[in-house]
Design a protein around this ligand. Structure first.
Ligand code: TMP
Length: 215
């Protein structure tokens, strides 16, 4: 697998189920890195570039069954290819640290473990879509999801909650899926417990990315 050392930047991704506080932690980390003089770009998937945000809108809204699982996997990879070329790689080449709220492990967990797409096929698609581009470090935020899956009512709503409506079974699988991914990728992934206060978790994240000797 290709590491990500492009320029002097560093690519870090965050993964986890819904409602474990991931987006809060991503923001705290980006702020703290910036306070330490590191030039940081905070981004997200699906999305993070104009084209990828258009693809995101197809994925996160509407009926839970609107796509075949493979279609969904391909759309996430299409968005990722855009995001990488238009946003992530230029920032890394400029020496920035890029922190992405989700990346390819979400496709493995959601479309693979969750929706049943063959994991080896997903890894092949990732190779083709991204030239096998992986982050230096992936923080897997592990905890109980804070809310139950939303009811499937409002399938036509305009809210970005399509995955949250996918049912409790689906969401229960996600936690185990991410832990499995971490076990299979010990050099890249670090599991951080989401238990405790926001500050406690932020401190764990800080240590997990090797910043314990910094303020
Ligand atoms: P979020 O921006 O709230 O995390 O929402 C994005 C949703 O998309 C989230 O429920 C996880 C899902 N997702 C996938 O199913 N596959 C993927 O590859 C990615 C990046 C996200």
């Amino acid at each position: 697998m290709t590491d990500t050392a492009t320029g002097s930047g560093k690519f870090i991704t965050f993964e986890g189920g819904e409602g474990v506080g991931k987006s809060t932690q991503v923001k705290i980390l980006a702020e703290r890195l910036a306070e330490n003089g590191i030039d940081v770009l905070l981004t997200r998937e699906p999305g993070g570039s104009p084209g990828a945000e258009e693809i995101r809108a197809l994925l996160v809204r509407g009926g839970t069954d609107k796509w075949q699982p493979m279609t969904e996997a391909l759309l996430h990879n299409a968005a990722r290819a855009e995001h990488l070329e238009k946003t992530v790689k230029p920032a890394l080449a400029a020496g920035k640290w890029v922190i992405s709220d989700r990346y390819a492990d979400s496709t493995i967990a959601y479309q693979g473990y969750g929706q049943g797409v063959d994991i080896n096929a997903l890894l092949e698609i990732h190779k083709i879509s991204t030239d096998d581009f992986w982050p230096a470090t992936t923080v897997i935020l592990d905890g109980h999801e804070l809310h139950r899956a939303k009811a499937r009512e409002n399938e036509n709503s305009d809210r970005e909650d399509r995955y949250e409506r996918m049912g409790d079974d689906f969401h229960e699988k996600l936690r185990e899926s991410f832990l499995d991914i971490a076990k299979n990728n010990p050099d890249r992934c670090v599991v951080v417990s989401a238990d405790g206060t926001i500050d406690e978790v932020a401190e764990r994240v800080w240590r997990a990315i090797g910043m314990e000797n910094k303020q």
